[in-house]
Ligand binder design. Structure first.
Ligand code: GDP
Ligand code: GDP
Length: 436
């Protein structure tokens, strides 16, 4: 994981100026994720070959009262996410009582931090910083953020104290994360669900320019498992570009599905399954992704309506029978925790390593119980199977005359593999190869 650096301090000490310096060469990120980033701004930076994430906490108004006051909620939350905290102070104003309170608050919380004395340009550095040594902090740096002076040295010093994951390892780590996309039509409750799913988990928000346009990627851990949530809902929050947004959101949703291990398809119980839901579902199945269906807004429905909806679903979702279906209320949180069970199971099934001997044995048993048909007076022979890929699991079967295998027999085999391998939440694909 890239280290996370949080910038805190009173208003006007230069946090956003430093933020811009640190993220200058790259695009600043996600600022508008409701409920999560309110007053926080996330960016990514690089120094040498080390990547990091910066959070500008903004947030503090200076009007807060009491000893914890300078550490308003947003700053506290950002600091929880951070590996390193930079407390900025203004050299031109000298030591301020609010600065002292912040140092105290940080100390009480046992958070490691660096004191950064900003706006040293045109000042005698040793005189200007002298005042601040009274705070007795172990790491003090002088910079002039607006000129970029001292910024590189500061960041290198800060990074040298955070262990380097090594980029290859970090990459593998990313690959090991369970990537979950939450998709659905507008207003089905995606943002509500995303906020629920994250709850109090430790999260890092960033986007991935060029891969999934405008989706928000959120890393978090739960029960020792690492997830990346791909949130497609964020874009609708933008104002004044509604039409563009509607078109885009389709593309974005499709991309998110492609980039996910497991898709949570959200449906609005009040509206039932509409065409758009079915299109999305079709795409999820075509893409072969792990799939969990969540019927949202289950709260406040009378028993008759619930039965009616359940009947309709079981009729229309037959072709997606491998997916677990949950009835939830994102708003109240009912049933949301159970989604994780299905997500984990689908991920496990979709990415598991399959064993050649076992696959061939399952094939033999299936063929033994129900032989393939005769074609041109000769019986189709299926000899052995091996794994051809994951997510979705691909099983390659070698035999003769495989071009003539009827679709119904292919489905029979798919079912046999799904059952015997105990696959859940994922489709299985079969590819036939002929050769005498
Ligand atoms: P924030 O409220 O902490 O995010 O502070 P800003 O980054 O918005 O900066 C507040 C003001 O201080 C702006 O007018 C900046 O141009 C100015 N400022 C920031 N860094 C420096 C610096 O290194 N030297 C000087 N002289 N002014 C600075
Ligand atoms: P999105 O467009 O898919 O991100 O949907 P939102 O999360 O913005 O939700 C759309 C509306 O549905 C909001 O008014 C939510 O409060 C409401 N909503 C979301 N989940 C539920 C739920 O479980 N029950 C009810 N009754 N309303 C919900």
């Amino acid at each position: 994981m890239r280290p996370v650096i949080a910038l805190v301090g009173r208003p006007n000490v230069g946090k956003s100026t430093l933020f811009n310096q640190l993220t200058r060469s790259r695009d600043a990120l996600v600022a508008d994720f409701p409920g999560l980033t309110r007053d926080r701004k996330y960016g990514e930076g690089r120094s040498g070959d080390r990547d990091f994430i910066v959070i500008d906490t903004g947030g503090l108004t200076g009007d807060e009262h009491g000893i914890d006051a300078p550490m308003a909620n947003q700053s506290m939350a950002a600091m929880e996410e951070a590996d390193v905290i930079l407390l900025l102070v203004d050299a031109r104003e000298g030591l301020n009582s609010a600065d002292e309170l912040m140092v105290e608050a940080l100390r009480r919380r046992g958070k490691a931090f660096h004191l950064v004395v900003n706006k040293l340009d045109g000042l005698d550095a040793s005189v200007a910083t002298g005042d601040f040594y009274r705070l007795g902090v172990s790491h003090l740096h002088g910079i002039a953020a607006s000129q970029g002076r001292g910024v590189r040295a500061l960041i290198d010093e800060v990074l040298s104290q955070v262990p380097d994951d090594g980029s290859a390892e970090a990459l593998a780590e990313r690959e090991n994360r369970i990537r979950v996309a939450v998709v659905g039509r507008p207003n089905v409750g995606k943002s509500t669900l995303v906020n629920r799913l994250l709850g109090e988990e430790r999260v890092v928000v960033y986007d991935q320019p060029g891969t999934t346009r405008d989706s928000i990627y959120i890393d978090f851990e739960r029960d020792e498992r690492a997830y990346t949530l791909i949130d497609t809902a964020g874009i609708r929050r933008r104002k004044n570009i509604r039409e563009v947004v509607e078109k885009f959101s389709i593309v974005k949703t499709l991309q998110a599905v492609d980039d996910a291990h497991v898709v949570v398809l959200l449906v609005d119980a009040h509206e039932g399954l509409v065409d758009q839901d079915m299109h999305l579902l079709g795409h999820c199945i075509e893409a072969g992704r792990g799939l969990v269906i969540a019927i949202n807004k289950w709260d406040g429905l009378d028993p008759d309506t619930r039965d009616q909806i359940k009947n309709e679903l079981s009729r229309r979702l037959q072709f997606a029978e491998y997916a677990d279906t949950h009835f939830i209320s994102a708003l109240h949180g009912t049933g949301v925790g159970h989604l994780y069970r299905s997500i984990d199971a689908a991920h496990q099934s979709a990415t598991r390593k399959l064993n050649t001997n076992q696959l061939t044995r399952i094939l033999e048993d299936a063929v033994g119980s129900h032989a393939p048909p005769m074609v041109n007076g000769r019986r189709i022979k299926l000899r052995y199977a091996h794994a051809g890929g994951r997510n979705p699991p691909l099983i390659v079967i070698h035999g003769t005359q495989t071009d003539s295998i009827p679709a119904s027999y292919q489905r029979f085999l798919e079912k046999a593999f799904t059952r015997e391998l105990k696959l859940v939440g994922t489709p299985v694909r079969i590819e036939f190869r002929s050769g005498e």
